[in-house]
Design a binder for this molecule. Structure first.
Ligand code: 5CA
Length: 151
């Protein structure tokens, strides 16, 4: 059982994890392999706001507007490096899930994800993903919905 699956079990959260042997490291790979629109893939991105690691759940078709996040969060925003991502989430880039992290992170969710009935997120490894209703994803992460896409 993977760490993510153990977290699901320990927290009584049920999602259907599927594996893709060819790997789905990027949103584009994931969309192609799963057979959905790239906008339906959830990118789980870690930034620091001041020094506080913060999670941003972004639609795969959008780029985060970092200035907008800084405005919302009220402080300076920087991208976390791969080591920090692993330290705070417990997962390596390419497989970072939207929840199930070592530490619970303040979280924002891209408004555009709510335009799909179902979205797909990484399941703790670069070859696994699971579908989830965006509303449930926001509830489980306690995320703040926001308009976050770069123009
Ligand atoms: N498995 C796929 C689809 S679910 C996945 O995890 N996609 S992702 O978008 O959530 O994770 C890849 C993201 O990691 C990239 O979009 C990119 O923003 C980020 N990333 C890639 N390389 C680095 C890096 N060197 N430092 C910080 N972030 C990076």
């Amino acid at each position: 059982m993977t760490r993510f699956e153990r977290w699901l079990q320990d927290h009584g959260v049920w999602v259907a994890v599927r594996t893709y042997p060819d790997g789905i490291r990027t949103a584009e790979d994931a969309a192609r392999s799963i057979g959905v629109e790239v906008g339906q893939i959830v990118k789980s991105l870690v930034f620091t706001v001041a020094a506080q690691p913060t999670l941003v759940l972004m639609s795969g078709r959008n780029r985060l507007d970092v200035d907008r996040l800084a405005e919302l969060a009220g402080d300076r925003v920087e991208r976390a490096d791969p080591e920090l991502v692993r330290t705070v989430t417990g997962y390596a880039i390419g497989g970072v899930p939207p929840f199930g992290h070592l530490n619970r992170l303040p979280t924002y969710i891209d408004q555009d994800l709510f335009s799909y009935p179902v979205v797909w997120a990484a399941a703790g490894r670069p070859d696994a993903a699971f579908p989830i209703e965006p509303k449930r994803l926001a509830e489980l992460t306690g995320a703040t919905p926001a308009e976050l896409r770069a123009p």
